[in-house]
Ligand binder design. Sequence first.
Ligand SMILES: CC(C)(COP(=O)(O)OP(=O)(O)OC[C@H]1O[C@@H](n2cnc3c(N)ncnc32)[C@H](O)[C@@H]1OP(=O)(O)O)[C@@H](O)C(=O)NCCC(=O)NCCS
Length: 204
Amino acid sequence: MSIKTSIKEHFTNNHLNLINHFENASFKSHWDYFFQDNPELDSNQTYFEGDCNLKRDLVFRRFNWKDLDECVALFKKVFSADPWFDEWVSLDQSRNYLKELVENPVFEGFLMCEDSKIVAVCLGHRRSWWMGKEFFVDEFFVKTGRQGNGIGTKTVGSLVNVLRQDGYTRLTLLTNKNIPAETFYLKNGFYNNEKRTVMVRELQ
Ligand SMILES: CC(C)(COP(=O)(O)OP(=O)(O)OC[C@H]1O[C@@H](n2cnc3c(N)ncnc32)[C@H](O)[C@@H]1OP(=O)(O)O)[C@@H](O)C(=O)NCCC(=O)NCCS
């Protein structure tokens, strides 16, 4: 086992300390070194040049801790609007929620960028299910004002390619019925699992 792999395994087993450590800006490059090491995504590969609604280059890459605040701002704006109307009271509250997702030891996140600005975000986590490695999408969204231009579709396409290369066999997510997002997912190869239901028990 390489030294890099040993160190990565050691810290993965103590991930909360590790996350706190990397929250310190001066150590963020260490996170990149040990954890963001998929060379295919580290390169600035450009997709979809010349698409009619996508006049600028789109770059698909992995989420990095330094992207958190930009994602938080986009997330709060997108989900405060139609059709969600979520009531996030502050950026700190949204940041806390997304930070919890990122701190998950099996977290994986991906971004689509346009002129270096994030336009689509996919935050999820791995589930080592008996049927194979599954990617559960916790949050997926396209920047307000850029929706409806094919960016979400391109992001799902790139995500699927990368996950297949990484040995994933399935993508799963929850969304609301009868909203544009449901139509979007159905158009992008997802189906409703009629055998499943979402159960909730209120505690107040
Ligand atoms: C749902 C979402 C990810 C789709 O990404 P997108 O880039 O807007 O979608 P695309 O342009 O690739 O695909 C558009 C298709 O998705 C559907 N769609 C979903 N949301 C849409 C929106 N806000 N504007 C236009 N089309 C939308 C339409 O059916 C459309 O099909 P059409 O072009 O044939 O009419 C994006 O609109 C979004 O972030 N919405 C708000 C957040 C959200 O609902 N996230 C999913 C939570 S589970």
